[in-house]
Write a protein of this length. Structure first.
Length: 249
């Protein structure tokens, strides 16, 4: 069931989204060679709790840290560690979810570390473009498949692939609500968007094959071919004429 949010609920989600945006504002500049992913997670948790919110990822299904930090070939759910030190040329995706007053905000950004190869920079750029091309279709009355198809088409036209096992999702009181929002789809299909739907749209784009494997920790999911991936996400609300990004300051 897709839940339509009231104006009061949307305002609460704006406040939760602003906390997530604040994390990127503070932690983004810390992404440099020599910094551990655990350091980034601890600072993110400090920012979230300092705003009176809770880091939704911490303890979710047993996940141990406040954010996911996925480096290079890791697609999603990288566990921050003091042993994972960022190196010149890495890319790292920071996936941040915060709960404030019972409502969630969720977003992800992929950062280049130091001097990064052009092929990785292009991957990061195209992944963000997948998001904007997808959400350019968002407004009341549009099929969700139009959004999904635009993401897939943007990725594949640039020689990349998108995963089948992981998707975007509805969001509200829960981190994951209906509908599921794959990074692939057929235009003119799927649920029809309505004003007040709140969605976390998140292109995950892989440089090589979209085949995945998960490490023994049960969380860290990476490309089977070892090629890098990138991730870009925002929480938004559907309006009559378009959308509003909620994960912003």
């Amino acid at each position: 069931m897709i839940i339509i949010k009231s104006p009061r609920e949307i305002e609460l989600m704006r406040k939760a989204g602003a906390v997530v945006a604040k994390v990127f504002d503070v932690v983004g500049p810390m992404v440099k060679p020599g910094v551990s992913t655990l350091t980034l997670s601890k600072k993110a948790e400090e920012v979230i709790r300092g705003a009176g919110a809770n880091p939704s990822s911490k303890g979710y299904g047993g996940f141990p840290e406040a954010i996911c930090a996925s480096v290079n070939e890791v697609l999603v759910h990288g566990i921050p560690s003091d042993r994972k030190i960022l190196q010149d040329g890495d890319i790292v995706s920071l996936d941040v979810t915060a709960e404030l007053n019972g409502y969630q905000g969720d977003a992800c950004r992929t950062y280049a570390v130091g001097i990064c190869p052009e092929e990785k920079l292009r991957l990061v750029k195209v992944t963000e473009q997948c998001f904007w091309n997808g959400v350019s279709h968002v407004k009341e009355g549009v099929h969700l498949g139009d959004v999904e198809h635009a993401i897939q088409e943007t990725a594949e036209s640039n020689g990349y692939s998108t995963p089948r096992e992981y998707t975007g999702h509805g969001i509200g009181r829960e981190m994951h609500e209906d509908p599921y929002i794959p990074d692939y789809g057929e235009a003119g299909t799927g649920p029809v968007l309505r004003e007040g739907m709140t969605l976390a749209i998140e292109p995950m784009v892989m440089m090589g094959s979209n085949r995945l494997r998960t490490l023994k920790d049960g969380w860290t999911t990476l490309s089977k071919d070892g090629k890098p991936s990138a991730h870009y996400e925002n929480t938004l609300v559907v309006t009559k004429d378009g959308y509003e990004i909620l994960t912003k300051l």
